[in-house]
Design a protein around this ligand. Sequence first.
Ligand SMILES: *Cc1c(COP(=O)(O)O)cnc(C)c1O
Ligand SMILES: [Zn+2]
Length: 394
Amino acid sequence: MRTSPAFTGLDCIDCGVRHDPTEITGRCPDCGGILDPAYDLDAVDLTRATLRERPFESMWRYAELLPFDREAAVNLGAGATPLHECDRLAEEMGVGRVLIKDEGRNPTGTFKDRGQAAAMTGAVEFGADEVSIPSAGNAGHSHAAYASRAGLDAHVFLPTRAGDTQKTMVQAHGAALTEVPGPLTEAGAAHDERAAEAGWHSLKTFVTPYRHDGKKTMFYEIAEQMDWSVPDAVVYPTGGGVGLIGMHKAAGEFRDLGFTDDRPSMYAAQSTGCAPIADAFEADAEIHEAVTDPDTVCNGIEVPDPGASPWVLETLRESDGGAVATTDEAILDAALDVCRLEGVEMGVTCAAAASGAAALADRGEFGPDDTVLLLNTGAGIKDVATYAEGLAAE
Ligand SMILES: *Cc1c(COP(=O)(O)O)cnc(C)c1O
Ligand SMILES: [Zn+2]
């Protein structure tokens, strides 16, 4: 396995046991807990100056802080996305600055590429030959592209209600597509059964230990793009919470390396049509209650039963952040508003962050000088049909 020098093993977040990544992948064999790649930061041979000299071309410029060597990378150029200053939005929200990190610029149009890049590299290094995933749509699309890049056979399970773009592109990349009626939970169950029978290497959310580490690179880029400062608040359209956990981890790593002083407050934004995290945060609960009848235009965050909710909720509290849910109507309005005010095309799912940030600002959660960063986790043009519905409703 071509692991990076500082990667010391996979730590179980529940029982604390460290596992050898050459022998173990998936969940903790002792207790079923989620595995988190651990690093010896003293062994990270990296400075701000070194980073600044490197071309801003992909997430692999942070290979010292990823599990695998750059030469092992299954690479389609994910990462190195722009950060847009949004003055008119800032004025509208009554905050100092609004920044949008535009993850729509990734190879398959969403930040899922960062997670799949790391996890597919892990699969190849582990010796997998058939990989699989259940997904609401975008992770499946990205998975198919990265499997094809790696030369592996792929099996993707999507809810029947997933977007046409995602279903078509999964097949364009040559992956086997299985559509499962009902919410994501059903596609997940169908996948798990088939994957266990067939011995597929699963890259499901928080089954592979590597997706949140791929996604954490979003924060590294943000800190660099902000000249080694950090936003006061990050508002994140939250499904499983993979990127939110990853960015909080990255913020801790950059702080501990002495690259930045602080960590941002992390906020989870959801739609009221499926808001298990926001509801649990509101109720001061340590774990979510599964949503039985999810229904939202934000298909990328329609995750009714997010398995890592205790970790997500702990992250929100530890970072002094919070959670918010707004209606689909408000989210569609926000998507159109950002298009018109700033020229930035947010995915409809991602506009939950714009709508949520506005609601948080109304609640007085942000100060007039605060820098609020919105994650545009995916491209607007992946959601054209929903944009058309929003326009028709105006
Ligand atoms: C998957 C997805 C999300 C949610 O990601 P998590 O990290 O699992 O919470 C948000 N936005 C888009 C566009 C997505 O595809
Ligand atoms: Zn364990």
